[in-house]
Design a protein around this ligand. Structure first.
Ligand code: GSH
Length: 221
Protein backbone atom coordinates (compact mmCIF):
# COMPACT_ATOMS: atom_id res chain seq x y z
CA UNK A 1 0.00 0.00 0.00
CA UNK A 2 2.76 2.47 0.94
CA UNK A 3 4.61 1.57 -2.29
CA UNK A 4 1.44 1.81 -4.35
CA UNK A 5 0.90 5.30 -2.99
CA UNK A 6 4.33 6.44 -4.15
CA UNK A 7 3.57 5.64 -7.79
CA UNK A 8 2.54 8.76 -9.66
CA UNK A 9 -1.10 9.18 -10.67
CA UNK A 10 -1.93 11.14 -13.81
CA UNK A 11 -5.41 12.10 -14.95
CA UNK A 12 -6.31 13.32 -18.43
CA UNK A 13 -9.41 15.46 -18.79
CA UNK A 14 -10.86 18.92 -18.26
CA UNK A 15 -12.26 19.55 -14.77
CA UNK A 16 -15.65 20.67 -16.08
CA UNK A 17 -16.38 17.37 -17.88
CA UNK A 18 -19.08 15.24 -16.23
CA UNK A 19 -17.16 11.96 -16.35
CA UNK A 20 -13.86 13.54 -15.35
CA UNK A 21 -15.51 14.94 -12.24
CA UNK A 22 -16.04 11.40 -10.93
CA UNK A 23 -12.32 10.53 -10.49
CA UNK A 24 -11.61 14.12 -9.40
CA UNK A 25 -14.15 13.73 -6.60
CA UNK A 26 -12.83 10.31 -5.57
CA UNK A 27 -9.21 11.48 -5.59
CA UNK A 28 -10.27 14.36 -3.35
CA UNK A 29 -12.12 11.96 -1.01
CA UNK A 30 -9.02 9.76 -0.78
CA UNK A 31 -6.63 12.71 -0.41
CA UNK A 32 -4.44 11.46 -3.26
CA UNK A 33 -2.05 13.79 -5.10
CA UNK A 34 -2.06 13.55 -8.87
CA UNK A 35 -1.04 15.40 -11.99
CA UNK A 36 -3.87 16.57 -14.23
CA UNK A 37 -3.61 17.07 -17.99
CA UNK A 38 -6.32 19.56 -18.85
CA UNK A 39 -7.36 18.25 -22.24
CA UNK A 40 -10.67 17.92 -24.03
CA UNK A 41 -11.17 21.66 -24.14
CA UNK A 42 -9.82 22.22 -27.66
CA UNK A 43 -10.83 20.59 -30.95
CA UNK A 44 -8.56 17.68 -31.82
CA UNK A 45 -7.19 17.31 -28.27
CA UNK A 46 -8.29 13.71 -28.00
CA UNK A 47 -7.32 12.62 -31.52
CA UNK A 48 -3.55 12.90 -31.17
CA UNK A 49 -1.63 9.62 -31.66
CA UNK A 50 -0.27 9.94 -28.10
CA UNK A 51 -3.72 10.24 -26.57
CA UNK A 52 -5.26 7.52 -28.76
CA UNK A 53 -2.57 5.17 -27.50
CA UNK A 54 -3.88 5.81 -23.99
CA UNK A 55 -7.55 5.54 -24.92
CA UNK A 56 -8.59 4.20 -28.32
CA UNK A 57 -12.09 5.63 -27.65
CA UNK A 58 -10.71 9.20 -27.77
CA UNK A 59 -12.59 10.05 -24.60
CA UNK A 60 -11.77 11.51 -21.19
CA UNK A 61 -11.14 10.66 -18.38
CA UNK A 62 -8.03 8.50 -18.58
CA UNK A 63 -5.98 7.55 -15.55
CA UNK A 64 -2.37 6.42 -15.49
CA UNK A 65 -0.88 4.84 -12.41
CA UNK A 66 2.71 3.86 -13.05
CA UNK A 67 2.47 1.71 -16.17
CA UNK A 68 -1.24 0.97 -15.71
CA UNK A 69 -3.66 2.91 -17.92
CA UNK A 70 -7.40 2.89 -17.19
CA UNK A 71 -10.26 4.55 -19.08
CA UNK A 72 -14.07 4.59 -18.56
CA UNK A 73 -14.92 6.75 -15.57
CA UNK A 74 -16.60 4.08 -13.44
CA UNK A 75 -13.78 1.61 -14.12
CA UNK A 76 -11.35 4.29 -12.94
CA UNK A 77 -13.36 4.64 -9.71
CA UNK A 78 -13.19 0.88 -9.11
CA UNK A 79 -9.49 0.75 -9.94
CA UNK A 80 -8.63 3.58 -7.54
CA UNK A 81 -10.76 2.16 -4.73
CA UNK A 82 -9.12 -1.25 -5.18
CA UNK A 83 -5.55 0.01 -5.41
CA UNK A 84 -5.97 2.32 -2.44
CA UNK A 85 -7.82 -0.32 -0.44
CA UNK A 86 -10.83 1.92 0.02
CA UNK A 87 -13.13 -0.95 0.95
CA UNK A 88 -15.41 1.44 2.83
CA UNK A 89 -16.31 2.93 -0.57
CA UNK A 90 -16.18 -0.33 -2.50
CA UNK A 91 -16.94 -3.22 -0.15
CA UNK A 92 -15.24 -6.62 -0.34
CA UNK A 93 -18.45 -8.47 0.49
CA UNK A 94 -19.97 -9.76 -2.77
CA UNK A 95 -23.55 -8.64 -2.13
CA UNK A 96 -22.61 -5.22 -0.77
CA UNK A 97 -20.26 -4.76 -3.71
CA UNK A 98 -23.02 -5.69 -6.12
CA UNK A 99 -25.27 -3.06 -4.51
CA UNK A 100 -22.62 -0.45 -5.25
CA UNK A 101 -21.97 -1.75 -8.76
CA UNK A 102 -25.56 -2.04 -9.90
CA UNK A 103 -26.12 1.68 -9.22
CA UNK A 104 -22.87 2.52 -11.00
CA UNK A 105 -24.05 0.48 -14.00
CA UNK A 106 -27.46 2.15 -13.81
CA UNK A 107 -25.83 5.57 -13.81
CA UNK A 108 -23.91 4.79 -17.01
CA UNK A 109 -26.76 3.03 -18.79
CA UNK A 110 -29.78 5.07 -17.69
CA UNK A 111 -29.26 8.22 -15.63
CA UNK A 112 -26.31 9.64 -17.54
CA UNK A 113 -27.78 9.39 -21.06
CA UNK A 114 -30.97 11.14 -19.91
CA UNK A 115 -29.07 13.81 -18.01
CA UNK A 116 -26.63 14.42 -20.88
CA UNK A 117 -29.55 14.75 -23.35
CA UNK A 118 -31.06 17.36 -21.06
CA UNK A 119 -27.84 19.20 -20.30
CA UNK A 120 -26.76 19.34 -23.94
CA UNK A 121 -30.25 19.87 -25.33
CA UNK A 122 -31.00 22.74 -22.97
CA UNK A 123 -27.91 24.23 -21.39
CA UNK A 124 -25.28 23.68 -24.05
CA UNK A 125 -27.47 24.57 -27.01
CA UNK A 126 -27.96 28.25 -27.86
CA UNK A 127 -31.63 29.17 -27.17
CA UNK A 128 -32.51 29.73 -30.85
CA UNK A 129 -31.39 26.19 -31.74
CA UNK A 130 -33.07 24.30 -28.90
CA UNK A 131 -35.50 21.46 -29.67
CA UNK A 132 -38.28 21.92 -27.11
CA UNK A 133 -39.79 18.45 -27.68
CA UNK A 134 -36.43 16.71 -27.20
CA UNK A 135 -35.77 18.73 -24.04
CA UNK A 136 -39.19 17.77 -22.74
CA UNK A 137 -38.52 14.07 -23.45
CA UNK A 138 -35.13 14.21 -21.69
CA UNK A 139 -36.70 16.00 -18.74
CA UNK A 140 -39.38 13.33 -18.42
CA UNK A 141 -36.70 10.60 -18.50
CA UNK A 142 -34.67 12.39 -15.82
CA UNK A 143 -37.79 12.74 -13.67
CA UNK A 144 -38.41 8.97 -13.88
CA UNK A 145 -34.80 8.19 -12.98
CA UNK A 146 -34.73 10.59 -10.05
CA UNK A 147 -38.00 9.09 -8.80
CA UNK A 148 -36.32 5.65 -8.80
CA UNK A 149 -33.34 7.05 -6.94
CA UNK A 150 -35.68 8.72 -4.49
CA UNK A 151 -37.37 5.39 -3.72
CA UNK A 152 -33.96 3.85 -3.07
CA UNK A 153 -32.94 6.73 -0.79
CA UNK A 154 -36.15 6.47 1.23
CA UNK A 155 -34.86 3.34 2.93
CA UNK A 156 -31.24 4.35 3.54
CA UNK A 157 -28.99 7.41 3.76
CA UNK A 158 -26.80 6.64 0.75
CA UNK A 159 -27.35 5.04 -2.63
CA UNK A 160 -25.96 1.60 -1.79
CA UNK A 161 -26.79 1.49 1.91
CA UNK A 162 -25.74 3.11 5.19
CA UNK A 163 -22.34 4.09 3.85
CA UNK A 164 -20.99 6.61 1.34
CA UNK A 165 -19.67 4.65 -1.66
CA UNK A 166 -18.59 4.76 -5.30
CA UNK A 167 -22.30 4.58 -6.15
CA UNK A 168 -22.85 8.01 -4.56
CA UNK A 169 -20.00 9.41 -6.64
CA UNK A 170 -21.27 7.96 -9.91
CA UNK A 171 -24.91 8.91 -9.30
CA UNK A 172 -24.23 12.21 -7.50
CA UNK A 173 -22.01 13.83 -10.07
CA UNK A 174 -24.94 15.32 -12.05
CA UNK A 175 -26.84 16.82 -9.10
CA UNK A 176 -25.29 20.27 -8.93
CA UNK A 177 -25.85 20.91 -12.64
CA UNK A 178 -29.31 19.35 -12.66
CA UNK A 179 -30.52 21.71 -9.95
CA UNK A 180 -28.60 24.77 -11.16
CA UNK A 181 -28.85 24.83 -14.93
CA UNK A 182 -31.84 27.16 -14.87
CA UNK A 183 -34.60 24.67 -15.74
CA UNK A 184 -37.52 24.20 -13.39
CA UNK A 185 -36.98 20.60 -12.24
CA UNK A 186 -38.72 18.52 -9.63
CA UNK A 187 -36.88 18.17 -6.35
CA UNK A 188 -37.68 14.71 -4.94
CA UNK A 189 -37.41 14.95 -1.17
CA UNK A 190 -34.96 12.11 -0.52
CA UNK A 191 -32.73 13.08 -3.44
CA UNK A 192 -32.64 16.61 -2.01
CA UNK A 193 -31.80 15.29 1.46
CA UNK A 194 -28.98 13.20 -0.04
CA UNK A 195 -27.78 16.18 -2.13
CA UNK A 196 -27.59 18.31 1.03
CA UNK A 197 -25.57 15.55 2.72
CA UNK A 198 -23.16 15.31 -0.22
CA UNK A 199 -22.80 19.10 -0.22
CA UNK A 200 -21.25 18.86 3.22
CA UNK A 201 -18.34 16.85 1.84
CA UNK A 202 -15.25 18.85 0.95
CA UNK A 203 -14.54 16.65 -2.06
CA UNK A 204 -18.01 17.30 -3.49
CA UNK A 205 -17.78 21.04 -2.96
CA UNK A 206 -14.32 21.31 -4.49
CA UNK A 207 -14.94 19.19 -7.56
CA UNK A 208 -18.68 19.13 -8.29
CA UNK A 209 -20.13 22.36 -6.89
CA UNK A 210 -18.14 24.45 -9.31
CA UNK A 211 -19.37 27.19 -11.66
CA UNK A 212 -20.07 25.84 -15.13
CA UNK A 213 -21.33 28.93 -16.99
CA UNK A 214 -18.46 28.63 -19.49
CA UNK A 215 -20.40 25.69 -20.98
CA UNK A 216 -23.63 27.61 -21.55
CA UNK A 217 -24.71 27.74 -25.19
CA UNK A 218 -21.44 26.11 -26.19
CA UNK A 219 -22.11 23.23 -28.52
CA UNK A 220 -18.38 22.39 -28.88
CA UNK A 221 -16.41 20.81 -26.03
N1 GSH B 1 -18.49 6.20 -20.82
C1 GSH B 1 -17.36 7.09 -20.84
C2 GSH B 1 -17.80 8.40 -21.46
C3 GSH B 1 -16.61 9.33 -21.68
C4 GSH B 1 -17.05 10.64 -22.31
O1 GSH B 1 -17.98 10.70 -23.13
N2 GSH B 1 -16.35 11.70 -21.93
C5 GSH B 1 -16.62 13.02 -22.47
C6 GSH B 1 -16.53 14.07 -21.35
S1 GSH B 1 -17.79 13.76 -20.12
C7 GSH B 1 -15.60 13.37 -23.52
O2 GSH B 1 -14.58 12.71 -23.68
N3 GSH B 1 -15.86 14.43 -24.27
C8 GSH B 1 -14.94 14.95 -25.25
C9 GSH B 1 -14.27 16.19 -24.76
O3 GSH B 1 -14.51 16.63 -23.65
O4 GSH B 1 -13.47 16.73 -25.53
C10 GSH B 1 -16.88 7.28 -19.38
O5 GSH B 1 -17.69 7.11 -18.48
O6 GSH B 1 -15.68 7.58 -19.18
Amino acid sequence: MALVKQVMIELWGRSNAYNVQKPLWLLAELGIDFKQHDIGSRAGDLETPEFLKLNPQARIPVLKHGAAVVWESNSILRYLATIFAASALYPDDALQRSQVERWMDWELASLQPAFIDLFWGYYRTPPALRDAAAIDRAQRQCRLHFAALDRQLRAQPFVAGDFFSLADIACGVCLFRYFNMGLAVEEPSQVMRWYRQLSQRRGFRHTIMQPFAELEGRSEF
